[in-house]
Write a protein of this length. Structure first.
Length: 324
């Protein structure tokens, strides 16, 4: 077992690193790592349907798609992530309990009644402290999971608070669960650094011939290349989502407004703006501005801005609220 040191906190780099190590390294390995504040979505999800766009835009939080399935998770410096990468017989690679068990044992040693529950969760007294996912590549498997230690749970709740009814698609939906920080559940306080050390010590004692490994310059350059060409791109993080239809209604004085949208591979293919059960007089004009554009806040905002003076500031603001 190779324990790989991963001090980087850039989410694009860290998500790319897992794919690189899965496909380029032939030894089994284990990693503990942290990301800067970010939203990580599952491979088969509709990224747009999983995030609170206003909050994401305001806080400039990156959204990154990973190669494993499962639901959307929130990362910040108070969230510790762990990864196993292993080689084995193809029909025996997927084994959530096997890779979650060492983490459960560490939590048990700390006095927490942690258990494998729900859909591949680690929970303590019914509260989720870890979500897990896997991805198989040839005869190799990547198993990774979150560990909420002292994350900003208020930010987590805001970041992934969405109106799921607005989106019609065939994407995998996240299962929302009540979560808790491990630090808040412990009877005796420990630091995140000590928690990391306990996990590393437990892995060392449970796996034979453990060696420590630092990413080489060659590794880092290859990971950065993969991050730039794939994980930092709109095409992967958003356009990879399944096609979808989107509908939303206004609130307050705009409660009689409604928008209908069709999106194909991330691009708007149809736009209809309705007011008081009838097409808005400017619906066709706005459609010419938006059809063929990305369903992306910055691009939609820019396109609407180009429609001035017919598109007033008030109208542009309302359409943005309806679309995001």
């Amino acid at each position: 077992m190779r324990i790989i040191n991963r001090p980087q906190t850039d989410p694009y780099f860290n998500i790319a690193a897992e794919e690189y190590l899965l496909k380029s390294m032939d030894t089994d390995c284990f990693m503990l790592w942290k990301n800067d504040t970010s939203i990580i979505v599952g491979k088969h999800q509709n990224s747009m349907a999983e995030i609170n766009h206003g909050w994401i835009h305001e806080h400039k939080v990156p959204v990154v798609r990973r190669i494993s399935g499962g639901g959307t998770v929130f990362h910040d410096p108070g969230n510790l992530n762990y990864s196993f990468i292993a080689t084995g017989a193809r029909d025996k690679l997927v084994d959530f309990k096997k890779y979650m068990q060492p983490i459960i044992e560490v939590l048990n040693k700390l006095g927490l009644p942690a258990r494998y529950e729900g859909k591949n969760d680690i929970r303590v007294n019914g509260l989720k402290v870890s979500g897990n996912a896997e991805h198989v590549y040839r005869n190799r498997v990547l198993h990774h999971g979150t560990l909420l230690f002292n994350a900003k749970l208020s930010w987590l709740n805001e970041a992934i608070r969405v109106n799921e009814k607005s989106y019609q698609d065939k994407a995998v939906k996240s299962i929302r669960s009540k979560v808790a920080n491990i630090a808040d559940l412990l009877e005796n306080e420990i630091s995140l650094e000590n928690f990391q050390s306990l996990i590393i010590d437990h892995i060392q004692s449970g796996f034979p011939a453990v060696e420590f490994y630092n990413l080489t310059k060659k590794d880092i350059l290859a990971i950065e290349k993969l991050a730039n060409e794939k994980y930092k791109t709109w095409e992967w993080n958003f356009a990879y989502s399944p096609d979808y239809e989107f509908e939303n209604v206004g609130t307050g004085i705009f409660q009689d407004w409604k928008v209908n949208l069709r999106v194909r591979k991330g691009w708007i293919s149809e736009f209809i703006l309705i007011k008081s059960e009838k097409n808005h007089p400017l619906s066709d004009f706005i459609s010419t501005l938006l059809v063929g554009k990305k369903h992306n806040f910055a691009e939609v905002d820019s396109s609407l801005h180009s429609g001035e003076p017919m598109i007033t500031h008030e109208l542009r603001s309302q359409i943005l609220k309806l679309l995001f």
